[in-house]
Structures are given as C-alpha cells and as structure tokens.
Design a protein. Structure first.
Lengths: 267, 290, 365
C-alpha cells in the first residue's frame, strides 16, 4: 500500500513535468488556425505541415546543423583539454594546484552576461565572429572547468596502483593514458560528455551574440522568425520540439552511463 | 590519498590554462579596462578612475534589481531543494523504472533556455495555453503580461519546473551511494522512515546537496534567457533581474563604461558567494574523511 | 529471549530457481535453543549471512517458516521481531553523539528516558566507551566505531536474540580477543540467545557453546567444539576444523579391515562390517594428532605399523607437522612430544577408535 502511494506521487510529478512539453508537441501538430480556433487536449487533425516547412527551408534547418557543429566542437575541445588536466589534479601535488582548481571553478560561476561585450571585441579582433569555433571556444568558459571537476572525481576513484603497475610494465605515459586509463573511466567520460553537451546546447546568450548568419544557432533563428511571421504558434512549437530531440537522443544513449555515474555517487 | 609531488604536472594543466585564459582572462581584462575609462569613440578614451563604479553603486534601479535577484534566488532554493530531495526519495532504486525516471527528469535540462521561455509563453497564455486557460476557467484573472504578481508566479513556476530535476538527480546520486547495510541497521534498530531520513539519508547526502545548492544558487543568480523571453523583464521592471538589467545597460543603452563596472561588481558578488560555498564544501569534505 | 526454529528454509536470490545450485540456502531445518551461545562457522559464500538475514527478517526466505518461541514470525519485519543484529563493518549515525547512537534503538521503542540512560551507561561501561559518550560518533577510530555498533546491538535487554555477522573483522587482534571475552560475559550475565557468524574456527570455539558448521548452503554439523573435533560428520568439517585439518585416504573394505594401497588397516570391531552395507568406495579419515609416526617397526607397540616415507617436517614450535607419503597418497601427522622424526623411512599407526570412515563425504556412524 505504502509503495503504491509513493509511485502514484512520483507518476503525478513526472506527468506535471511532462505536461508543458506535451502541450508544445500537441500544438506543433496543428495548424495555426486550428490552434487559435479552439483549445484541444490532443490534435484532432494531426498535421506535419509545420515540420515540413522547417525541413524544407534552409534558413530553418541550417540552424540545427550550426548548433550541432559548435556543440560537438565544444565537447571535443572540452574533453581533450580536461582529460590531462583532471589527471594532473587527481594524481599530482604541485605548486598552486588548489588555487588553479578554485580559479577554474570560479569561471563556471561567472555570469555569461559579463563576458558579452569583451567576447564580441575579442573575437572581432581575431576575425572569428560568426564562426562555429567562436561559439565553441566561448562555451569552454563554463564547460572546461565543469569537465575537469567531474573527471577529477571519477579519476580519483581509480586506484593509483594501476598507474604504477603500468609504468613498471614499461608503458609510456601517452600509451598508458589512452590504452589503460581512458577505458577505466569510460562511464566518467560519458557523464562528462553529457554535461558538456547539455550546457553548450542550452546556452543562447553567448551563441547569439557571437553569430549573425553563417553559424547562427537554431534557438536564435526561432526567436527572430517569430517576430517576422507574426506569431505562427504551430511553427514555433514545431521548432521548439525539434530543439528537444537531440537532447532526448543523447540522454537515451548515455542513460546507462548516467545510471552508473549516479551509482558511483559522483556527478 | 597521497599524491605524487611533481611540478611537471603543470604541463598537463597547460591546455586548459591556455583555453581558459583565452576565453576568460583576456575578456575580463578588457572589462577592467572599460570600467575605468570614458569612451567617446575610436581613439577618444579618458582615464576616469572609479567614477563608473561610483555611478553604478548609486544606481537605484540596480539596487532594486539586486534585491529582486536575491529574493528570487532565495525563493528558488527554498522551493527546489526540498522538492528535489522529495522526488529523489520517491524514485525506485533500480530497474527500468529508475532509468525511465532519469530520462524524463533530464529532459527539461536539455531544452535550450529560450525555448523554455517559449514553452511557458505557450503554456500560460489564456487563449491557447493549458495552464492559462485552466486558471481562467477557475475564475481567477491571470495575465503575466499585465500583473507583476502573475509575472513573478509564472517565472517562479517556470524556474521550478526547469531546474528541480537537477536537484532531484544530484540527490538521487547521493542516495544511491548509501550502502544497503545502513538501511538494514536502521530496520533492526526500529527506526521510523523519518528517523532514517533525518539520521542516515540527509547526513549522507550532505556533499551532493551542497553541490546542488551551489549550482542552483549560481545559475538562478545568473538567470537571463528564460525570463527575458517570457516577460522581457516586465511588466514594468518587475522581473528585471541582474543579468537582464546588465544587458539592457550594455547593449540597449550602449553605456560601455558603466556596464563594465556593473559587470565587475556582479562578478565579485558571485565570487564572494562562490568562495563562501567553496569553504562550506571543503568543511563538508574534511568532515567525511575523519 | 526466545527459542528460534527454522522450519524447512530454502532461499534463492534468483526469481525462478531451476536447480539446487541456484539456491543460496538449500535446506535448513534447525533449532536455536533459548539462551544458547552459537557460532555459525563456514567459508565465505556458504550462506551464513543469508541465514542470519533470514533469522532477523531482513530477508524473506523463498520457502519455509521461522518460529520465535513457537510463534510464526515469517511475515514480520525486523522491528516487529524485536531482534538485534551487528554487521561486519561499523554502521553509525554520523551526526549523533556516541550516547545518542547507543540510545537510538531504545528511543525508537519509546523506552522511558530514565531507563534509556541506565541501559546506555551500563553498556558503555562494559564496552569501555564511557569517556566517549559525549563525542560525535563520526570522529572516532574504527575500533571504537565497531564497539558502538556492538553496543547498539546489546543495549536492548528484551531482544529475542542477538545476531553477530563477523563483527570483529575490523578490530585489532589484541582487542578482538578482549571483546570476544566481553561478549561471553554479557551472554552469561543476561542469558541472551546469541548467534555469531565467523569463518575463523578459533573465534568460533572461544565464543560458542555450540558450533554450527555450514557448507554450500547446508548445515553439515551442529555440536560442541569437542564433538566437531572428535567426530566430524562431514569431510568438510574434518578439513575445516583443526590445524591442520583431518587427513583422508581413499580405501576399500574387507570385513573390519580397510585397504589403502595394499596396507590392511584394522578398524574398530563391527565398524567396517556396518559400513560395507553402504557401498564399496570409502574415505578413511584420521586427525593428524592421532596418526602415529615411528622410526622403527618395533616402536609401534601393539598396533600394526605400516611402512611410509616422511617427505617434510615443519617445526611450529610447540609441535611438528610431518607430511608422509603413504601408498601413493599424502597425509599429515602432528607430533607434540620430542621424539625424533627424520626424512626417509617411517612406520605409521592408526589407532582404531580414532579412525573414521566416510561414504559420500558423510561419516559412517
């Protein structure tokens, strides 16, 4: 009986959580006239018109491609730089280690709004405005510290004897790192990649400021088009739903890693 | 854990150092540069010392925004922390149910922030939104574009909807890390569920909850995109939080000097809280190792 | 305090067990007498902890009943059964003081404050924790933490039984001995039923009046330390108890004579005849301390001596362990007195009353 009540409560919460998303999904499958005409719990005449419009128009779908490109770039850069750094923090003591670690964390806490103007100026100087790499680099501001932090936690869970044994067995450091160490912290890398993806994918303020057309993220395309088309709710909802899809796919693929990461009490 | 002592480890840190220096240190220096200069155009700059700081610190609207921001972050923590812990406690410990919960919980966290705003615009509109229509059917006037109170309620609802799952996920991670034998011992000792929560679960979750508190405080303190899309800071200035105000000053009015000074003060406030939380985290860490 | 009956208990951790191998407990049917001090002895993975958790109610068995003083408690939760259990590693309520930790099980049962205080102080004194009572439990050493766990198990005076699951694993050896003595004192003082799980025979023998030996999910023998030593009812008990364990030789029977590779070893009158009705292939078992090793046939005395070869002598100070090659098989002997044994030829004697036969791993009675 007690267990039953527990799950009813939980199911209720999850339903409430899902409701706003469902509502948008519902609207995305209806035409604008239908939406404004009546309030319906589910689409009576479901149509993929809104989705077709998005897939048929390059100014729409290029936004997705742009977002995915810079998010992937950011994930790669964050992981490649954070892996050795996290290893250093988890294995070595060196001058200023604690200070550097704290300094890195403060960047995770810096308000992106603070960096808006200087970023624009900096990337203008290097002629990087409206490129994918500009956004990817800007997002490193918060993702690299986060990646170092999470990975350090996972690496500290791997006993140091493994490193020592490998070195005695004659592994060089790079070979040991790639062949032995990285496979050991696969779950940690999965969790880190998930968080990097998440924070880069959802950030918009910096992404919008640093791009104009060629690398414009989908989320920004959306806001602009809303004002231009005079609020086409169905189209807006369809575009919104499409921004959720990549995230949903990513969670689905890393869900086992996530569960493992959570089981270790890390993250 | 005993670590190897070797300053060559700095070479491993170097890539991160360069990346972060490029994306944080140089921009920050530019901000400092602006904050002490008056700029009329290219080549026309004057050093004016701390004038901008004085101006910003005496700006009444900034004070209002700051109090609004503190109230908002405080409320967010008061609601999201207990709610998130409660949900984590309800979640099944293993099996497909646990995976399903994780996936659904993570969903709102992966939606771009301005799309969050869009979802809630749609959801709360009296004419086409389920929530807005439902409230109106109950006979309560609800319009977040006209009433500051309604606007606050909407922004809070959105924020709680968006971020409570993060607290729940972290708390769940903490719960999963408690060895089963603690629950067995509590059963033998005849502890009530409340006693189990109070004396086992809560103390063991202290570490992750501190992290959750830290992240939630910071991110709610820096909130920009969601309320900007939903209310644009209005009606009036009722939902103009610090970031929204900063962007208004910097981009809207193009007052680079005051905006830069504002940025630095903002950053220092965040840093101060960050430092306090970091100290708390450290204290928690050493407490556990004893 | 109660008598505990386990009635045809079987348990599997798998939802739908197919063969006997799927069962962690294959069949357990036994009684723990009220006020007894028992040790549950067996190697890792033999089902000791499973059995303990079934008794306390942390685990519901797949089959069978548990009775406390004749009352069926199978469906009850541990808190309803009113039982105490101490785990292998210290379990503490970190945020509480030592005093509150000890008082916790009592307060949960609404025991009046004055009584709580009296019990806690009493137990703290016995376990020498009095000076730590005001301290936060989290800051103490591993020893002290485990003492608190023990204390929480002992603090209730009305429990049906106290179960200990290898409670002294994390304790220093010298303290281990002392704590075991304390537990024994407490047992005498309060007359509680105690079940003590261990894989260490010395620990079992010093603590318990009766030892229950488990092997592969079954109880193979219950008895006093002496019974286990003199009459192991299962080959495993022979191996497991004693240092070194019982020696075994493959043999066949002919009347009251056991044949081991040509050597004809006489058995107790009638014993061999009784055994032959069971089958043909047997194991002959003898404790190393009863196996005689002599330097000449004459030294064997009245018993027939069998020629063998000493292949190793290990001096353990108070005794010597001799490894002997006999009829293609190896067997160990333990020599307590000073008589000389050199590598090479020797003669063995098998005192008939100490020579046991095993069929299908079980003792022939």
């Amino acid at each position: 009986m007690k267990i039953r009540k527990r799950y009813i409560l939980l199911a209720f919460y999850l339903m409430v959580l899902f409701l706003p998303i469902y509502w948008m999904l519902n609207m995305s499958l209806r035409t604008n006239a239908d939406i404004l005409g009546s309030l319906a719990m589910y689409p009576e005449h479901p149509t993929f018109e809104n989705y077709m419009k998005i897939f048929g128009d390059p100014s729409w779908y290029s936004g997705y491609i742009n977002s995915i490109i810079y998010v992937t770039m950011n994930m790669v850069i964050s992981l490649l730089t954070a892996l050795p750094a996290a290893y250093a923090f988890s294995r070595y003591r060196f001058i200023g280690d604690k200070h550097v670690f704290f300094w890195l964390l403060t960047n995770r806490m810096a308000p992106p709004a603070v960096f808006l103007l200087p970023f624009f100026q900096l990337y203008s100087t290097f002629n990087l405005i409206d490129t994918h790499i500009a956004v990817a680099l800007a997002h490193c501001l918060f993702n690299v510290p986060l990646a170092v932090w999470i990975l350090e936690g996972f690496m500290s869970g791997v006993p140091r004897e493994i490193d020592e044994t490998a070195f005695i067995d004659g592994y060089s450091f790079p070979r040991f790192f790639v062949r032995v160490f990285i496979p050991l912290i696969r779950a940690g890398i999965g969790v880190t990649a998930f968080f990097c993806f998440m924070f880069s994918w959802v950030e918009l303020l910096l992404a919008r400021t640093l791009t104009t057309t060629a690398a414009k993220p989908i989320a920004a395309t959306m806001t602009r088009t809303v004002s231009a088309t005079g609020l086409d709710w169905g189209l807006l909802a369809a575009a919104g739903i499409l921004t959720i899809v990549p995230g949903a796919l990513v969670i689905w693929f890393v869900r086992n890693h996530l569960a493992k990461g959570f089981a270790l009490g890390r993250v | 854990m005993n670590k190897w002592e070797d300053n060559k480890a700095w070479f491993l840190i170097l890539p991160v150092f360069i990346i972060v220096a490029f994306s944080a240190v140089i921009p920050l220096m530019t901000v400092v540069n602006y904050s002490v200069q008056d700029i009329f155009g290219p080549g026309q700059r004057f050093f004016i010392g701390i004038e901008w700081f004085k101006e910003v610190l005496s700006d009444g609207r900034l004070h209002e925004a700051l109090w609004r921001q503190l109230l908002f972050s405080g409320l967010v923590l008061l609601i999201e922390m207990p709610l998130g812990i409660g949900i984590a406690l309800l979640m099944p410990k293993k099996g497909w149910g646990s995976s399903a919960c994780l996936v659904i919980l993570a969903l709102p966290l992966l939606i771009p922030w301005n799309v969050i705003g869009t979802i809630w615009i749609i959801f709360t509109r009296p004419d086409i939104g389920l929530f807005g229509a439902a409230i109106n059917t109950l006979g309560l006037p609800f319009d977040h574009t006209a009433s500051p109170f309604d606007a606050w309620v909407t922004v809070m609802l959105m924020e709680v909807w968006h971020w409570t799952p993060l607290v729940a996920l972290l708390a769940y991670a903490g719960l999963r890390a408690i060895p089963e034998v603690y629950y067995q011992a509590a059963k033998i000792d005849g502890a009530s569920s409340w006693a189990i929560f109070r004396y086992i679960q809560l103390p063991k979750m202290r570490g992750v909850l501190t992290i959750a508190l830290l992240l939630r405080f910071m991110d709610s303190f820096l909130i920009y995109a969601e309320p900007f899309v939903l209310t644009g800071g209005g009606p009036g200035n009722s939902t103009t939080f610090l970031s929204i105000y900063l962007v208004k000053v910097a981009v809207g009015q193009f007052d680079l000097g005051p905006a830069a000074a504002f940025s630095l003060i903002y950053f220092l406030i965040v840093l101060l809280f960050c430092w306090l939380f970091y100290q708390a985290l450290q204290a928690v860490g050493t407490g556990d190792k004893q | 305090m109660a008598r505990i009956d386990l009635n045809e208990i079987r348990h599997s951790y798998k939802p739908s067990p197919k063969s006997d191998d799927d069962f962690a407990l294959k069949r357990v049917h036994t009684t723990w007498e009220d006020g007894g001090a028992y040790a549950l002895l067996g190697p890792s993975g033999c089902g000791k902890t499973t059995m303990l958790n079934i008794i306390s109610g942390l685990l519901k068995p797949s089959h069978g009943q548990i009775l406390y003083d004749g009352v069926d408690v199978s469906a009850m939760q541990p808190e309803e059964r009113n039982i105490a259990q101490v785990f292998q590693f210290p379990v503490l309520y970190d945020t509480m003081t030592v005093y509150d930790n000890l008082a916790f099980p009592l307060r949960n049962r609404n025991v009046p404050a004055s009584e709580v205080d009296a019990r806690v102080r009493r137990i703290a004194e016995t376990l020498e924790l009095t000076n730590d009572l005001g301290k936060r439990a989290a800051g103490l050493s591993a020893d002290a933490k485990q003492k608190i766990s023990l204390g929480r198990g002992l603090v209730r005076s009305d429990v049906a039984a106290i179960l200990f699951d290898e409670p002294l694993t994390v304790i220093d050896p010298h303290l281990k001995w002392e704590l075991r003595r304390k537990l024994k004192e407490i047992h005498k003082e309060f007359g509680l039923t105690m079940i003590y799980v261990t894989h260490d025979q010395v620990e079992a023998m010093t603590f318990a009046d009766k030892i229950v030996v488990m092997y592969e999910g079954e109880i193979v023998q219950t008895g006093t330390p002496e019974e286990l030593f003199e009459r192991p009812e299962h080959v495993f008990v022979g191996y497991f108890i004693g240092s070194p364990g019982m020696g075994f030789l493959e043999c066949t029977l002919e009347g009251d004579i056991a044949h081991v590779n040509g050597a004809a070893i006489p058995l107790e009158p009638g014993y061999g005849v009784r055994a032959s009705s069971l089958g043909s292939r047997f194991k002959l078992g003898i404790r190393p301390m009863y196996l005689g090793v002599h330097s000449s046939r004459e030294a064997c005395g009245e018993l027939p001596g069998f020629e063998a070869r000493v292949v190793g002598v290990e001096d353990q100070g108070f005794c010597r362990i001799v490894t002997v090659q006999f009829g293609g098989q190896e067997i160990k002997a333990r020599i307590n007195d000073g008589h000389p044994v050199a590598e090479g030829l020797c003669w063995l004697t098998f005192p008939p009353e100490k020579t046991k036969l095993y069929f299908n791993e079980r003792l022939v009675g």
